[in-house]
Ligand binder design. Sequence first.
Ligand code: SRM
Ligand code: SF4
Length: 562
Amino acid sequence: MTTTIDRSADITQPLEKLGPDETLKFNSDYLRGKISYDLLDRITGGVTFESNKLMKFHGIYQQDDRDIRDERRRQKLEPALTFMVRVRLPGGVCTPEQWLKIDELAQAHGGNTIRLTTRQTFQFHWIVKEDIKPTIQGLHDVLLDTIAACGDDARGVMATADPLNSEVDREVAELSKQLSDHVIPNMRAYHEIWYGKERVATSEDEEPLYGPTYLPRKFKIAFVIPPFNDVDVYTQDLGFIAVTGPSGVEGFNVTIGGGMGRTDNEPTTYPRLADVVGYIPKERLLEAADAIISVQRDYGNRAVRARARFKYTIDDKGLDFIKAEIERRMGAPFEPTRQFELTTNGDSFGWRETDRGLFNFGLFIPNGRVSDHFMTGLREIAKVHKGHYRLTPNQNLIIVGVSPEDKPQIEALLAQHGLDEKQFSALRLNSIACVALPTCPLAMAEAERYLPDLVTKIEALLDQNGLRDEPITIRMSGCPNGCSRPYVAEIALTGRAPGKYNLYLGGGFHGERLNRLHAENIGEERILEILSQLLSDYARDRLPGERFGDFFERTVDQPAAA
Ligand code: SRM
Ligand code: SF4
């Protein structure tokens, strides 16, 4: 008999034609698998292959310290296995109490460091197996969890971090939380495994949106408030561009089908910018999200995982078909797209007075790595701060809602801990690097540990050409997966091998255009040689107001030699 998985009235997929991840999910007893058993196994610091896959739905990844991988192998030891734990934090909103708990857990279990990610959340690294539970329970104490921070589901929902209109900000942050709560999988398994809740009848496991095999692949959602495009809305599977009127948010222009990931030498994988498909009034937000996610659930490629993202579903089935199917499920067509303008995908830094007479402070945190003086300084600030925080999509932090009376105290703490440095080049302030080595298993080259040094060398070229204050976006990823969203940067480097990168140039300044491959598999010397020439051409020949990416697009046709 052919087993089928019913996902809608008209779509069924034969189970035996599905990829191995699909059958693993289907047979996982709603994401329980043998995780509980593996956690108790003291013979190894890790978990089985299957548990590792399932734990991603719980926001947890097994990793090993790649700096000492070879040495451990030589000594015939198991790799130095630890776990990365990712928090779900809609819109990057966090309270001082939550910050202090994250800080405490990082000191206790996470190697005394926290990572702010490109999707506005916290990651802990270096957590040993027996410390995962205390970490997740600690998060629970401050109403945080890690459900679906990874896995084949709708991941953490992003939202513009520092818009100018506080009321629109509040509304969009609330909607991002509401949508995040709406799409979070019903995961009793999580409550049982991590909080020790009793198991109840399996019928309560039914997942109304995702079904027993969840989505074919990860699915990413973001809200953006023009003119800012800090979330890089065109790189998201599903984007909501806020349309506002005198009474606040009226609705959203909807984007579908963005994505960055690609594999070198595999032309069937590619980055893709999202399409704007139309407008919905804000009352229809949840039903629109349901319709769009369910279309990907039902039509996404479940046989070939490398082609399972929504961007490929759209290209394989055709945008018109997918849009019509979404409209059928929404029960109404999209309205015509409303006018909007996006101007930048960067953050702003330093103090800014808000329209409510409070103050926000944008703090540059190189590649989101909170350790050393960032760790101690931010801990002291969290002890006295009465507002909240926003983690930004560029891995920075905004201290939000400081009253004029409290500002001197926060200013003093920033100064005391060396967090008030203002002398960064505009390039550095617009730089992002993914984590890469030593924790990421997919890294082929350094990113977070290398980009700051490379930027210092590029700054010398900027200085020679009077470009130190010219905002240019630069992004580095340790592999082509593109966790720093490199393919929309004006300058991007993706790792090929230790010390070797592909250089991409010409992305749009506010994330509206993909860049193109300019030189393949090159090292630092050649990177600097190419940039030296281009930056001096740019300084000399640019048109008034012309961005570096636009200049490259206008003036350079041919790729450079390696
Ligand atoms: Fe990512 C996989 C880190 C944002 C595309 N990403 C990974 C893993 C989990 C490696 C793995 O599969 O074992 C990395 C963990 C490294 C570590 O040690 O922490 C990892 N991704 C990150 C973070 C932490 C980078 C950072 O420095 O901030 C970001 C966490 C975001 C979050 O809070 O949820 C992160 N990843 C992104 C983004 C940017 C975004 O979503 O806005 C992308 C590109 C957008 C997209 O999805 O298309 C991205 N990550 C990937 C991919 C490629 C997906 C694809 O469609 O091909 C992988 C590999 C995979 O999924 O198989 C990946
Ligand atoms: Fe790892 Fe590659 Fe993502 Fe960087 S881009 S964190 S190296 S998967």
